[in-house]
Design a protein. Structure first.
Length: 432
């Protein structure tokens, strides 16, 4: 196991001589008895009662680190949490620690809301052992590590084995290519085994699904470089969006846009035989499906692939050094192998590094429930999610374009050409 991180929190004594910081509203700080009170914002973007799990993880960490207390605040969706963190921080009421999308990194650094972890730890080499490289890289920018992987994911393919059998398909052989996916979905549709053969959500994280299709079509550099995005009008991207719309036109997928939140429910209710969704929904599906289901890596067009996804733990630039050090201590605790394994098993998110998978509990879980290892194995062909300056605005622009094409208001080539031009304009001030 890797060495434990050396943090300022370990060097600073939480005593009555600590610098006092008033803990106003949503903020944290050192209190009169020398303890440090922190506020942590976090989202839940998948189904299931995960707020209780977060409370349990926080309780474990505060028990291990006497003198630190944490108010864990469920803040809605990822977008809600980001908005609340930004708004509250402007009035010095923001969180000390937050779980936010890795794609929000440049937005947070551009606004000087977070601190690089090197300012809290003089040796971050331990992170290389604890986390998978694909997840660790998502927290890096400008030669610094800014966040720690926490609830991480890739997109995976779920299929209803009962529906497969009813449609005359082999339930142990999910599609591995786009052609096979279309064939399976059409067979399910024609057999009447489900209302739709396939659902791929296009709202909220449609940009993430689109990136997966672009990767599968051989598009390079979809993650972006230095916060720039330039793959949107590539031939493979156009092919991907045309393919997505064609499946709706063929009737094997719902027409128009498909809601992120309703797609798992449609799968659980048997309305769709196959769905693409985050592995973060794995525990929700396992707990609520009354049928056997399979999980597989996403199918290939010219190659297989998925973007990574999910959220990291960010330390906000609030309070004194003691407060920031305490926030970092809690962040490192939450990512310790045993807790990372517990969070993965309870949520469905991918345990973020090999040490977590090597724990006895996780090893037993993966043996009993091999579907849990699919997203981990897919990391071999995964790339970082598209990360840009002005991420909220850029993501919305991509989602709006996807919606316009899927609803028949625009053609893929024209829409993506215009989209790339518009995003170039938004990002021009950030050109190096």
């Amino acid at each position: 196991m890797s060495a434990r991180p050396r943090t300022l929190a370990l060097a600073v004594t939480l005593s009555s001589s600590a610098v006092l910081l008033a803990a106003c509203g949503g903020g944290g700080g050192a209190s009169s008895d020398g303890s440090v009170e922190l506020t942590m914002y976090y989202p839940v973007a998948v189904g299931g009662p995960l707020t209780d799990v977060v409370d349990d993880l926080i309780a474990t960490c505060t028990e291990q680190h006497e003198g630190i207390s944490v108010e864990a605040v469920y803040s809605g969706t990822y977008a809600d949490t980001m908005t609340k963190a930004q708004t509250a921080s402007r009035s010095d009421q923001g969180p000390d620690l937050a779980v936010l999308l890795t794609t929000d990194l440049y937005t947070l650094t551009d606004a000087d809301l977070i601190v690089p972890l090197s300012s809290l730890d003089d040796d971050l080499s331990w992170t290389e052992d604890r986390f998978y490289p694909a997840y660790l890289a998502s927290g890096e920018a400008e030669g610094e590590l800014w966040s720690l992987p926490f609830q991480r994911s890739t997109i995976v393919q779920y299929h209803n084995k009962d529906v497969y059998e009813e449609a005359g398909l082999d339930p142990e052989t999910p599609p591995t290519t786009w052609d096979e996916l279309e064939e399976h979905a059409a067979t399910i549709q024609d057999s009447g085994a489900a209302e739709y053969g396939l659902e791929i959500p296009s709202t909220q994280f449609g940009n993430w699904m689109f990136q997966a299709m672009a990767i599968q079509s051989g598009v390079e550099d979809t993650a972006g470089v230095d916060g720039m995005v330039d793959y949107l009008d590539a031939p493979g991207s156009v092919e991907a969006l045309e393919w997505w719309r064609s499946m709706a036109e063929e009737g094997i997928m719902p027409s128009g846009t498909t809601e992120w939140a309703s797609t798992p429910e449609d799968f659980l209710q048997g309305r769709t035989g196959i769905m693409w969704h985050t592995t973060g929904n794995l525990t929700n599906v396992r707990s609520n499906a009354d049928f056997e289901f399979g999980v597989s890596i996403l199918p290939a067009n010219t190659q297989p692939g998925s973007p990574t996804g999910g959220g990291n733990l960010y330390v906000f630039d609030r309070g004194d050094d003691e407060t920031k050090a305490a926030a970092y201590t809690i962040a490192t605790c939450l990512t310790e192998p045993e807790l990372a394994a517990e969070w993965s098993m309870e949520s469905g998110y991918v345990a973020t590094g090999p040490e977590a998978w090597e724990t006895d509990t996780m090893a037993e879980y993966a043996e009993e429930f091999p579907q849990a290892a699919v997203a981990r194995d897919q990391l071999e062909v995964a790339v970082g999610e598209t990360t840009s300056h002005e991420n909220g605005r850029v993501s919305q622009m991509i989602n709006d374009t996807i919606a316009a094409v899927l609803t028949g208001q625009s053609e893929a080539q024209d829409a993506l050409t215009q989209l790339q031009s518009d995003i170039d304009g938004v990002l021009e001030p950030y050109q190096g």
